[in-house]
Design a protein around this ligand. Structure first.
Ligand code: GAR
Length: 190
């Protein structure tokens, strides 16, 4: 059985989709949700779904390895970042080599990097005059949004699109593809 941990910083709608998708899966289960923000709605979602959550702060994350210890205690074998906004520290990259993936709400390598999250990404995409936008699922390395890309999907930007409408379309694409892509990646690791 693969045990997934999901890292999220905000609403956690992807975390919920992924958790529900694998609820009855024969080989894969979401076992833990980790969060850096005590106000994040994802913590409520975790409670509602009956999934344990672990809240940590910046100091703990970057100056100790307690998060790794927690992941090991839960026998986690794979990490999914779903709306998680902090850079992943070295001890986690070493603890989970090739076993951490992230979703980004645009077509990388454009529109990524530090500070590029949520609405800021969609504003930048609209300002740039790009014709299409979408989602990128990629391995995580020591730099923001630069790991190898696993999967992308896109849609055409309409003249009346706003950051809000793009966020909605991006979320729809994320819900449609992210759980299945995780499943495919894990199948190769069984
Ligand atoms: C998602 O659209 C995800 O791609 C994005 O944050 C949103 C989280 O939504 N991630 C980033 O911007 C990372 N740079 P959710 O909390 O409802 O799943």
């Amino acid at each position: 059985m693969h045990h997934i941990a999901i890292f999220a910083s905000g609403s956690g709608s992807n975390a919920q989709q992924i958790t529900e998708y694998f609820r009855t899966h024969p080989d894969i289960r979401v076992r833990l949700i980790l969060c850096n923000n005590p106000e994040a709605y994802v913590l409520k979602r975790a409670d509602n779904m009956g999934i344990p959550s672990y809240l940590f702060n910046r100091e703990e994350f970057y100056t100790s390895e307690t998060v790794l210890k927690v992941l090991q205690d839960y026998e986690i074998s794979f990490l999914v970042l779903a709306g998680f906004l902090w850079l992943v520290p070295d001890y986690l990259l070493k603890g989970y080599p090739g076993r951490i993936i992230n979703i980004h709400p645009a077509l990388l390598p454009k529109f990524g990097g530090k500070g590029m999250y949520g609405e800021k990404v969609h504003q930048a995409v609209i300002r740039s005059g790009e014709k299409r936008t979408g989602i990128s699922i990629h391995y995580v390395n020591e730099r923001y949004d630069e790991g190898d890309i696993i999967f992308q999907a896109s849609f055409k930007i309409m003249p009346d699109d706003t950051p809000e409408s793009i966020a909605e379309k991006v979320h729809a694409l994320e819900y449609r593809h992210f759980p299945g892509v995780i499943e495919e990646v894990l199948k190769k690791k069984i």
